[in-house]
Design a protein around this ligand. Structure first.
Ligand SMILES: [Zn+2]
Length: 154
């Protein structure tokens, strides 16, 4: 675990930052109450920010904390239905090769880049397949679009 103190270059608010390498975190951003992005998380570790400014009294601290908490990006694809739609949309934009094959990592990569997690991807692809949008080859390495999947974005 690593600890250090961070102050916002925009407004000067102080934060205590904790970094845990033993666990994988979530992708996202941490914003100061003033809106300045203090850090973009890539998900490779857990990072925790705590508002910690001795120059503010406790009521201001509570307000700042409440404001910064609000800026935590909610999990965009926690709902498998949303994830399924996003994945199908991604797959729809990918040019298929070899009689309609779309390799799974080409669907996965943009999903992760858009803020999805691995678990959300698995839940989303399962839901999309259950809806009959893509069809997955038994090897699990590629999907093919069905007519109903293509019709979603026609
Ligand atoms: Zn700030």
């Amino acid at each position: 675990m690593r600890k250090n103190d961070i102050s916002c270059p925009e407004c000067g608010a102080g934060f205590r930052r904790l970094e845990l390498h033993s666990a994988r975190g979530e992708r996202g951003e941490y914003h100061c109450a003033c809106g300045h992005v203090l850090e973009v998380f890539d998900g490779s570790k857990v990072v925790v920010y705590r508002f910690d400014s001795p120059t503010f009294d406790s009521s201001v601290k509570r307000l700042m904390l409440a404001t910064t908490m609000k800026f935590f990006e909610p999990r965009r694809f926690a709902d498998p239905d949303l994830a399924a739609r996003k994945l199908t949309e991604n797959a729809n934009g990918i040019e298929a090769i070899q009689d309609g094959r779309i390799y799974i990592e080409r669907v996965n990569d943009p999903f992760l880049a858009a803020g999805g997690s691995g678990n959300e991807f698995r839940a989303g692809i399962a839901r999309a397949i259950a809806q009959g949008w893509p069809w997955r080859h038994e090897s699990g390495t590629y999907v093919k679009f069905t007519d109903s999947g293509a019709a979603l974005f026609a």
